[in-house]
Design a protein around this ligand. Structure first.
Ligand SMILES: Nc1ncnc2c1ncn2[C@@H]1O[C@H](COP(=O)(O)OP(=O)(O)O)[C@@H](O)[C@H]1O
Ligand SMILES: [Mg+2]
Length: 255
């Protein structure tokens, strides 16, 4: 599904958090949102997901979600949000409750998403038996189960150690290669952004404004940190972030 965010502005009381955000999220692409802590990334994601209403501007779907989608906009959070007393399979099944599908369809979907996230052998495990990376794979399986038109991912790897983060990025690239999906992926990590983003939008410090959108044409599966195109994109992003930080310092010394 092709989403467009247009002129989105929002304040909490006196505090303006987002200022005139316009972004395109074409179907079959991952848009990474990068920006300093507190600049409004999570707020923007909540508004795109329809959990909160902006003061001004709109989030528009430019086409219909696929007919097979049970839940067009689906979240994946940093803290996994699994039910500790439910098995892996039970946690995935949770996403399918209240949807009009047969028991056979449900079983088929669960089997498929557990295989795609390499969790088939852990269907009956409970979360405390799993590593952090596996827990996040359960959360990804649960999100995939509803065949979302757009996945909204809010710093999904931030709670994981560096090695696990690498493995999960490989997993996400593998998932995308087999079945491309549309996602908005919030991170403050530039390496994640250049690894997973078809387009990367840099937000300014609060109030969040779109500073720069960088496109990377290299297919996800062919990206390596030694690729000059990636290094160039990373430099561009890093410079935008550094300018942002330096301007913030200047303002502080003016005050
Ligand atoms: N429900 C709310 N009420 C008041 N202030 C909020 C609310 N949600 C977020 N904020 C404030 O808005 C700003 C942006 O928050 P957030 O979107 O979480 O930023 P980010 O995800 O980029 O770190 C922060 O200053 C935060 O304290
Ligand atoms: Mg946040």
């Amino acid at each position: 599904m092709h989403l467009r965010v247009e002129g989105l502005t929002h304040s909490y009381g006196e505090l303006t958090v987002l200022d005139d955000i316009t972004l395109d999220i074409p179907a079959g692409q991952i848009l990474c949102l990068v920006g300093p802590s507190g600049c409004g990334k999570s707020t923007l994601l909540r508004m795109i997901g329809g959990l909160e209403k902006p003061d001004a501007g709109a989030v528009m779907a430019l086409d219909k979600p696929p007919a097979t989608s049970l839940n067009p906009l689906t979240y994946i959070f940093q803290d996994f949000a699994l039910l500790p007393w439910r098995t892996v399979e039970g946690n995935v099944a949770l996403a399918l409750e209240h949807h009009d599908i047969t028991a056979a369809e449900r079983t088929e979907i669960i089997t498929d998403v557990l295989a795609r996230t390499r969790l088939s052998d852990f269907a009956n495990a409970v979360p405390r038996q799993l590593s952090g990376g596996m827990k996040q794979r359960v959360a990804i399986a649960r999100a995939l189960a509803v065949r979302p038109a757009v996945m909204l991912m809010d710093e999904p790897l931030s709670a994981l150690d560096a090695q696990t983060r690498e493995l999960l990025m490989d997993d996400l690239v593998g998932l995308f290669e087999r079945t491309p999906f549309t996602a908005i992926y919030v991170t403050h990590n530039l390496d994640e952004a250049v690894r997973l983003g078809h387009r990367i939008a840099i937000l300014s410090r609060r109030p969040g404004r779109v500073r720069e959108v960088v496109e990377i044409d290299t297919p996800l599966s062919q990206r390596s940190m030694t690729d000059p195109a990636l290094a160039e994109a990373r430099d561009k992003l890093w410079n935008a972030m550094r300018r942002e930080a330096m301007e913030a310092d200047l303002e502080l010394s003016d005050a």
